[in-house]
Ligand binder design. Structure first.
Ligand code: PMP
Length: 401
């Protein structure tokens, strides 16, 4: 028997969606928001918006204080680095693009970048295009049948020519944790920089960035129950110092003349223009909300739901899970039934799940699939959501077979 989610009432949109006859099971795409975050946005916008860092007036000072408090909260939340190690971007994608441009100067033709076969396009295309610009070799680390990077092969493929390793922590398609510790240690021993795409992982296991041992870690606020339009790029100090500036304008500049300029170091040097002030303040409120939760209770609730989801799926004839999902989500196809037809019938019945290639076209192609359906969970989901999903799914299967 699944317990109700004790946190459901903290997320007003879940009830609102319910009133619209929608069962939201797409949190891996974006998550609903806690009231605490909505209150923080209303306080900021209702109390007086102001730009950060440059204004000498009181509203500007208050906005800057609240904005910078989120940087400190991030440092505390992720294992105690320095606040100055966290750069705000507009999302995980823009953080990864920042890295691909900011690190470009360190590569020479013939150098290698290693990525895994399961990467989201956001952690593949910036490196692929960098490789094309600089004549680098993009090495693809294969995955095993469970959906994890094949360690034995990966350790062979990451060698002295590898200048950078970029891998996800938790697959957005397969729901599998990746073997980061040995991969990162090996990359470092080979002298390569490492980038971890934590877009999914950060939501389901609070990262200890110090212990993880990567050079860079990126994620998006909107998947972590925070506002959209905000991304976070964490870097180890020496790795941050290696980054070249990539976008130019206000805020990031130290001194500017008509013909030359000098630039600030991280983080402000990489936050050109007005940053997403409200979004960053809202992320701070979300982190405070998450800090107040019993994280082991959250993990236990999510694990029980995930188990029920996977068991329910495989109990149905012809359903094939992609890989061996461990947490948060499950993607599947049904033998003899077109994914788009199932998706259509689920949508008609008010079930909000995702169907398609999940921004991982090469992975789906490698699995021999044109698409798959992904059901993903947030801490506010409960057994009733799953029951509604399975009722609708059974109805769809009965119609289609
Ligand atoms: N990496 C992974 C693993 C993701 O799931 C996503 C979002 N689907 C991203 C990167 C990109 O995040 P965003 O769209 O917020 O930039």
């Amino acid at each position: 028997m699944l317990q109700p989610s004790p946190w459901r009432a903290d997320f007003p949109a879940v009830a609102a969606l319910h009133r619209q006859h929608q069962t939201y099971l797409d949190s891996a795409a974006t998550a609903q928001k806690p009231q605490a975050m909505l209150d923080a946005l209303a306080r900021y916008y209702g109390g007086g918006a102001a730009n950060v860092h440059r204004a000498q007036h009181v509203p500007g000072a208050l906005a800057t204080q609240a904005f910078e408090a989120t940087r400190s909260a991030l440092a505390a939340w992720t294992g105690g680095g320095e606040a100055q190690q966290f750069i705000f971007t507009h999302g995980a994608t823009s953080a990864l693009n920042l890295l691909a441009y900011g690190l470009e100067h360190g590569f020479e033709a013939g150098d290698e970048i290693a990525v895994s076969a399961l990467e989201h396009h956001a952690n593949l295309l910036p490196w692929q295009q960098l490789a094309r610009r600089r004549g680098l070799r993009l090495v693809i680390l294969p995955i095993d049948a469970q959906g994890r990077i094949d360690l034995e092969q990966a350790l062979q493929l990451i060698g002295p020519r590898t200048r950078l390793l970029a891998v996800s922590q938790l697959s957005n398609v397969l729901g599998t944790w990746q073997p980061l510790a040995p991969l990162l240690a090996h990359a470092r021993a080979q002298g390569a920089l490492s980038v971890v795409d934590g877009a999914q992982g950060v939501v389901h296991g609070r990262p200890d960035l110090h212990q993880l041992g990567c050079d860079f870690y990126v994620f998006s606020s909107h998947k972590l129950y925070g506002p959209d339009g905000v991304g976070v790029l964490y870097g180890r100090q020496p790795a941050l110092a290696h980054l070249k500036h990539w976008q130019y304008g206000g805020e990031m500049v130290h001194l500017a003349g008509y013909h030359e300029a000098s630039f600030r170091p991280a983080p402000l040097g990489f936050e050109a223009g007005t940053p997403p002030v409200a979004g960053v303040i809202g992320l701070g409120a979300t982190l405070a909300y998450l800090n107040g939760l019993d994280l082991s209770a959250v993990a236990a609730h999510e694990a029980a739901l995930h188990r029920a989801l996977c068991e329910g799926l495989v109990a149905r004839e012809g359903v094939r899970l992609l890989g061996d999902p461990q947490v948060a989500l499950a993607s599947f196809v049904v033998d003899g039934v077109h994914t788009a037809d199932i998706a259509h019938l689920l949508t008609e019945q008010g079930i909000a799940v995702r169907a398609g290639h999940h921004c991982a076209m090469p992975l789906l192609e490698q699995l021999g699939l044109g698409g798959a359906i992904r059901v993903s969970l947030g801490l506010y989901n409960d057994g009733d959501d799953l029951a509604r999903f399975f009722d609708a799914f059974d109805h769809a299967l009965a119609l289609l077979r």
